[in-house]
Design a protein around this ligand. Structure first.
Ligand SMILES: *Cc1c(COP(=O)(O)O)cnc(C)c1O
Length: 493
């Protein structure tokens, strides 16, 4: 194919618009008065194109087919089951997409006056009230754009409250099953991290907590249910122990899908908790966002909320900026409003009974998988699970097959791999979260695929170790791929 220049397609502005038309079209080259620089004199010789050959030239249908084909290589919750533990990959109802695109919401500029923005302010205020009701706490900020940022905001409020009391504390206590963002947020807040070793039952060891909880501990940071999918049944005693010694209890609420309408953080003695709207409240996520990690707090922590806070007086909403004890802003205005709208739509369309049923289905689904796979995969911890279950590769190791191999073999069988090698305390963890979205038929298909992998691991382990064979790309050297990526179009080779 001939390059553009040989086909007479090079042009100047004058040729398109006619000389002197620049003013009318608004398209003109700047009259800078600076001498033109010859590119040959400034660019490195190796970077200067000598010929135009090899420059791809494609028709519109070819381009459309290329990108459509690439989009079909993607895996998503819309194409098949996505059992990524701890990530709660629920169905994203289309009503959430429809309302988050309503003109009145997306057309609003954040600098418009409160008077102009009453609808959006009411929506965010209502959502905040519902979230507080769901987790049993008093006040909320919707600003943080992710769970991790929520943790940071929450711990900053704890620090501000301690400062106000005239106390400086230096560390945060974290169970060894905690998500990696927990120690990271603690460190970002200037706290040292002390790890609490979990008991043999996978829960917080209260004796260990009693031993480590001293006057230097600002907060205990727990996840409930924890990342093994086990409910922390000792949470009320744990919270009492922490409060008696002047600390706060932070709850990582990423696993709230297991508790909707059933149990509330506030009733467990929690002072501050973040919620991952992009997990529990059905918003598209993966690939890095956008998300929303609202933080709910007790009355005691309310003065420290980030600004602005939305307040209501007699049905009129306004943004309050003048809050002297506030920890400041974490995101412009109220965070990712589109995500807040989707979460509000999910809550309203489900209703209180619907949310409670969603939790029941999520928990039953996880226990069904756990019960049907327990003869085929080793279970790390014995208590019954909540909304996710954790297996390991212990039985498959005998045949040289690892968790990574099992995850790759699932790709060949049409499923997204589960979360693997997390939580760290379950060696070779395979963490499966089906969510409430999956039907019994889909769960059975997934279970059959997992059983097929377990059986093939015994009879033909090489085929599992070389998987995937049916995907666009085969097994990658993940270290080399991360260190030395080949950023090339899949079609050009
Ligand atoms: C997802 C998750 C987080 C972090 O949330 P992001 O929104 O990804 O920042 C924290 N803790 C747990 C247990 C999680 O599953």
């Amino acid at each position: 194919m001939k390059p553009h220049s040989e086909r007479g397609m090079s042009f100047t502005t004058g040729e398109i618009f006619g000389e002197g038309s620049a003013g009318r079209s608004g398209y003109s080259l700047p009259e800078s008065g600076i001498d033109r620089i010859d590119p040959q004199s400034v660019l490195p010789q190796g970077s200067i194109r000598k010929t135009m050959s090899g420059f791809p030239e494609l028709s519109e249908p070819e381009v459309i087919r290329h990108y459509t084909r690439m989009s079909q290589w993607n895996f998503s919750v819309d194409t098949n089951m996505y059992p990524l533990g701890s990530c709660t990959m629920k169905h994203n109802p289309r009503i959430g997409e429809a309302v988050s695109r309503l003109k009145g919401l997306v057309g609003l500029h954040p600098l418009q006056t409160d008077e102009d923005a009453q609808g959006t302010l009411k929506l965010i205020h209502d959502l905040g009230r519902w979230l507080c009701e769901i987790v049993g706490l008093d006040s909320v900020t919707t600003q943080p754009a992710a769970g991790a940022q929520g943790e940071f905001a929450g711990l900053m409020m704890v620090r501000a409250a301690l400062d106000k009391r005239g106390e400086t504390r230096s560390k945060v206590l974290l169970p060894d099953s905690s998500h990696g963002t927990n120690p990271a947020s603690s460190a970002l807040c200037g706290y040292g991290v002390v790890t609490l070793k979990s008991g043999a039952d996978g829960k917080i060891d209260l004796a260990e907590l009693d031993r480590l909880m001293d006057s230097q501990v600002a907060a205990l940071m727990v996840t409930n249910p924890n990342t093994l999918g086990i409910f922390e049944s000792g949470i009320i005693e744990a919270a009492k122990l922490v409060h008696d010694r002047g600390g706060f209890v932070y709850c990582d609420g990423a696993n709230l899908s297991a508790l909707l309408g059933k149990a509330r953080f506030g009733d467990m003695g929690v002072d501050v908790a973040h919620i991952n709207l992009h997990k529990t409240f059905a918003t598209p996520h993966g690939g890095g966002g956008p998300g929303a990690g609202p933080v709910c707090v007790t009355k005691e922590l309310e003065p420290f909320l980030p600004t602005p806070v939305i307040v209501e007086d007699n049905g009129v909403y306004r943004r309050e900026w003048d809050r002297p004890d506030s920890v400041g802003g974490f995101h412009s205005f109220h965070g990712n409003v589109g995500v807040l709208v989707r979460a509000a739509a999910y809550i309203l369309s489900m209703g209180p009974e619907g949310l409670s049923e969603a939790t029941e289905a999520a928990v039953v689904n996880a226990n069904y998988i756990r019960a049907r796979l327990r003869d085929h995969y080793h279970i790390a911890y014995t208590p019954r699970c909540m909304h996710e279950c954790v297996f390991t590769d212990k039985l498959q190791n005998k045949y040289g097959v690892t968790t990574l191999d099992i995850a790759k073999a699932l790709i060949d069988r049409g499923f997204h791999p589960p979360t693997i090698y997390f939580p760290l305390i379950a060696r070779g963890a395979i963490m499966i979260e089906p969510t409430e979205s999956e039907s019994l038929e889909t769960l059975d298909d997934f279970i059959d695929a997992m059983i097929d992998i377990a059986q093939t691991a015994k009879t033909d382990p090489e085929s599992i170790k070389n998987a995937p064979g049916n995907s666009v790309r085969g097994r990658l050297d993940e270290t080399a791929a991360a260190r030395n990526p080949r950023l090339r179009c899949g079609l050009c080779g």
